[in-house]
Design a protein around this ligand. Structure first.
Ligand SMILES: [Mg+2]
Length: 159
């Protein structure tokens, strides 16, 4: 059986705020060819620096919620070639439960920046999670017993 490593995109690997700023600048005519410049020749990487080293170290599937065409643009801009799973509801735990129910996977790891995405997570057998808390918003929150709060992806040295 396989191990399933699922990594969220927005604010986990991808700096969504910087992207929105660059996109709104491009849309308001601050770049020669508008948003196309940003998509085809991104002026910088919108991946967090710690995400770049994480990506080079681990194999994983991107597990994202959001409008599929926009998510695909962010993935393209980031030059990510990973398999992508689009969550159709925001309840990621439920989807993971369904995937685990198939019997195909022996273990699952979820890495995500939203605490609510780990709701009910401790009930999943063979599941481990990392909450990426870059802005230390969840420092006083109780974590599910199988979830570790981290402030940088560099804190994950083995999976
Ligand atoms: Mg996110």
């Amino acid at each position: 059986m396989q191990e399933l490593i699922l990594v969220d995109l927005d604010r986990t690997l991808f700096d969504t705020e910087s992207w929105h700023q660059a996109l709104s600048a491009a849309m308001s005519g601050e770049t020669p060819n508008g948003p196309d410049d940003l998509i085809d020749y991104p002026p910088k990487s919108f991946l967090y620096p710690d995400a770049e080293s994480f990506i080079s170290k681990f194999d994983f599937t991107i597990f994202t919620y959001g409008e599929e065409s926009w998510q695909r643009i962010k993935i393209k801009v980031s030059k990510l070639t990973h398999e992508v799973l689009f969550a159709e509801t925001e309840d990621k735990t439920k989807l993971i439960e369904l995937m685990m129910g198939s019997g195909k996977y022996s273990r699952v790891v979820l890495i995500d920046d939203k605490l609510k995405n780990f709701k009910g997570y401790e009930k999943l057998p063979n599941a481990t999670g990392f909450l990426v808390d870059r802005r230390r918003r969840f420092i006083n929150d109780r974590m599910p017993s199988n979830v570790t709060r981290i402030e940088s992806l560099e804190e994950i040295t083995s999976l």
